[in-house]
Ligand binder design. Sequence first.
Ligand SMILES: Nc1ncnc2c1ncn2[C@@H]1O[C@H](COP(=O)(O)OP(=O)(O)OP(=O)(O)O)[C@@H](O)[C@H]1O
Ligand SMILES: [Mg+2]
Length: 355
Amino acid sequence: MSFVSIEKITKVFPGGVRALDELDLEIKDGEFFALLGPSGCGKTTLLRTLGGLESSTSGTISFEGKDVTFLTPGARNIAMVFQDYALYPHMNVLENISYPLKVRKFSKEEINKRVTQASEALSIQMLLDRKPGQISGGQQQRVAVARAMACTPSLYLFDEPLSNLDARLRLEARTFLKQLQRELGVTTILVTHDQSEALALADRMAVMDKGRIKQVGSPAEFFHKPANIFVASFIGSTPMNLLDGLVNDGKVVIGSMTFDIPEHASTARTGDQVVFGVRPEYVSLVSGPGSGIASGVVKVTENLGTHYLVTADCNGILVRGTAPDGSEPAMGDTVHLKPEPGRSLLYNKTSEDLY
Ligand SMILES: Nc1ncnc2c1ncn2[C@@H]1O[C@H](COP(=O)(O)OP(=O)(O)OP(=O)(O)O)[C@@H](O)[C@H]1O
Ligand SMILES: [Mg+2]
């Protein structure tokens, strides 16, 4: 059953910016849902609208089947952590974390237990008697996360809650977030700029662009089957090869290269303008040229730790592949790169959608 149901939500700010554009989204009960997208695509606006801090221009939001579109934030039973983590400046850290629990009339023992658990998990137990102005930005952020996690609302809204933390703390904090979310089973929506965070934490995720959802699915679906060219170019630690081509006689022709039409693209027809996509991770070095192989001259090799990313100029078209550590080609070498057939994707250039 879906816990959050968003129907045709539009938000036009005074001045005319259309931050949300007839957006539809369903989030299931107990789900850890991640929201990704380029800066300015409307992620914060969507979260603020869900939280009741922003009114929508049109559309409906329901929680558990109940229309909450016009409810105040206080009536929605949610805990939020926002980009600017709004702590109460006059309260110390302990009071900040316990405040929502006091408001909800928890017992003293329960408040103590929850504050201790959350502050230990986020390594802020030594800061409890300081005011927000006396701790660093990353520490303030952890206090804001602890304050939210100490509550048991029916929905968590997190807007980049870990963005100011260093790599190690960030990993620890996200493990804590995931564990506690699993224990409590509270539906959670997390906005993040960090794809690896989304892929690691989310049951399902969505990518937004210009106030609309471009794809919803599991992390694996995003990685292996991006639904359109926008998502294909957005998701992935190394950018996907996206090569303009033309379908001709059962093949995809890209400059002087020819590839088999990927199996999923059985509706592609001769004359279709297409974009052939394959992740560099699925393009490997082979010994010689041929059909289905991109031959070219190495422009760059980049060390990615366990392997090398190789960028080759194939008659004016750049193709990226990977070489195992120890066998990396040098700049200027001629290489032959072969995409794994089952891993290639074909997009229609006009609709920009996957075949
Ligand atoms: N109060 C406001 N008044 C007018 N325009 C606004 C307001 N708040 C946001 N916008 C605009 O709405 C659009 C969406 O903004 P939003 O903050 O939701 O983006 P975002 O996806 O959270 O970006 P980021 O990743 O940079 O945080 C942007 O074009 C932004 O400039
Ligand atoms: Mg934002």
